[in-house]
Design a protein around this ligand. Structure first.
Ligand code: FES
Ligand SMILES: [Fe+2]
Length: 397
């Protein structure tokens, strides 16, 4: 965030607070089918595999030989750091008959090779197939064509991001765009680290969690016992960056400022900022840290949430562990209030009370999120049609 952005935002926030320029868009409806349909859930899950997601702390994989097996949108993924320091992601499936090379959730250090537990095909950390028993039996499957299948991955803001589908030359800078550069300018460069991680299973459709976090209308009521008093009621300063969104949430402390503060830290005392990276990663900037989470659907009415508290290098040693713990606890207490409401909404969706959920003129960021999801599904349909047209004639056993 540079000074020009700060000055522009400052004027817009002031106008939003005093009512001169409240951001509003036409109200809309979100059909309950979006949160109930099994076929839609399946379609979303496939489409989400084409999109980047923050999957974990880069610190999990900081040294050559570090590795971690995880699952992203149902795809088994093996992450490993090569000798030369490059982080790589592969589909965690042997090229022989598809067994996992490492069990889901397993991790370790000092690993140069991965040996399949089934028939011992062996792979390097760069994915190459290095050897296999009875090589002469596989003349039809050359070793050089039997490397692990790579997936796009990158490190940003102290987190590892993965795309869970095969795509060559994925444009990461294009994906993060100006919003990514803004988060980096706040100090979340390659040196930023995750101070805390946590994960939980949530009993609601994944999209309800973003509906819950992309508006401030609920603060005064749902968060009346926690953060409500800190923020201006029902005020947001919002910008779209393609399918990504930035929501500035002004605190009451903002009103005490005479003009744009000289430092980012002073500014952060007066606002919080949500950086939403479509489709499913949300980062909340709170000045000296980010609190963020990513959501993966695990069922039409269930999802998994992984969260991180990210600290920039300059604040790594300037705060105590208790300070970070307090911030983390506060963040997750408030999210817990949102998540409990999302679970109650999921339970009521099929009741017939609502054909569609209602978004007011103040909840337009939720509508923008759903418009992006619809676009994602359309693009997936188009890609599937093109893929079917171009499918090679397979040689079958
Ligand atoms: S499935 Fe991996 S070696 Fe056979
Ligand atoms: Fe909330």
């Amino acid at each position: 965030m540079n000074n020009a952005t700060l000055a522009e935002l400052h004027a817009r926030i002031a106008a939003a607070i005093n009512g001169a320029q409240r951001q509003r868009e036409p109200g809309s409806w979100s059909p309950v089918e979006r949160y109930l349909s099994r076929s839609r859930y399946e379609a979303e899950r496939i489409a989400l595999r084409r999109c980047p997601l923050a999957v974990g702390a880069a610190a999990r994989l900081k040294s050559p030989g570090d590795w971690w097996a995880t699952t992203v949108h149902g795809v088994p993924v093996l992450l490993c750091r090569g000798e030369e320091g490059e982080l790589r992601a592969f589909i965690n499936a042997c090229r022989h008959r598809g067994a996992a090379l490492a069990a889901e959730g397993a991790c370790g250090t000092g690993r140069e090779r991965f040996v399949c537990p089934y028939h011992s095909w062996t792979y390097g950390a760069d994915g190459r197939c290095l050897g296999r028993p009875h090589e002469s039996d596989f003349a039809h499957a050359p070793r050089e064509q039997s490397a692990l299948v790579p997936l796009p991955c990158v490190e940003r803001f102290g987190l590892v991001w993965v795309v869970a589908s095969v795509q060559s030359g994925f444009d990461w800078d294009g994906y993060f765009g100006p919003l990514g550069r803004e988060v980096e300018a706040l100090g979340f460069t390659a040196e930023a680290t995750v101070a805390h991680e946590r994960g939980l299973e949530q009993a609601s459709n994944w999209k309800l969690l973003f509906d819950a976090n992309l508006e401030t209308y609920h603060f005064a009521y749902a968060h009346r016992g926690t953060i409500a008093a800190l923020f201006h009621d029902n005020v947001v300063v919002h910008d779209r960056f393609g399918d990504h969104q930035r929501l500035v949430l002004p605190k009451r402390a903002f009103s005490a400022l005479a003009g744009p503060p000289a430092t980012l830290e002073a500014y952060a005392k007066a606002i919080n900022t949500i950086y939403f990276f479509f489709p499913a990663t949300l980062l909340l900037w709170e000045g000296d840290h980010l609190n963020g989470f990513a959501v993966t659907p695990t069922g039409v009415d269930a999802c998994r949430v992984d969260g991180w508290l990210v600290v920039p290098q300059q604040h790594r040693s300037s705060r105590s562990p208790a300070y970070w713990q307090r911030n983390l606890d506060e963040f997750w207490t408030v999210l817990g209030e949102d998540y409990a409401l999302a679970a109650s909404m999921q339970a009521g969706l099929a009741s017939g009370a609502n054909q569609a959920l209602c978004f007011g003129a103040n909840e337009f960021a939720c509508a923008a999120f759903h418009a992006s999801v619809e676009r994602m599904l359309t693009l997936e349909c188009q890609a599937a049609l093109q893929g079917e047209a171009g499918l090679p004639q397979a040689t079958r056993a």
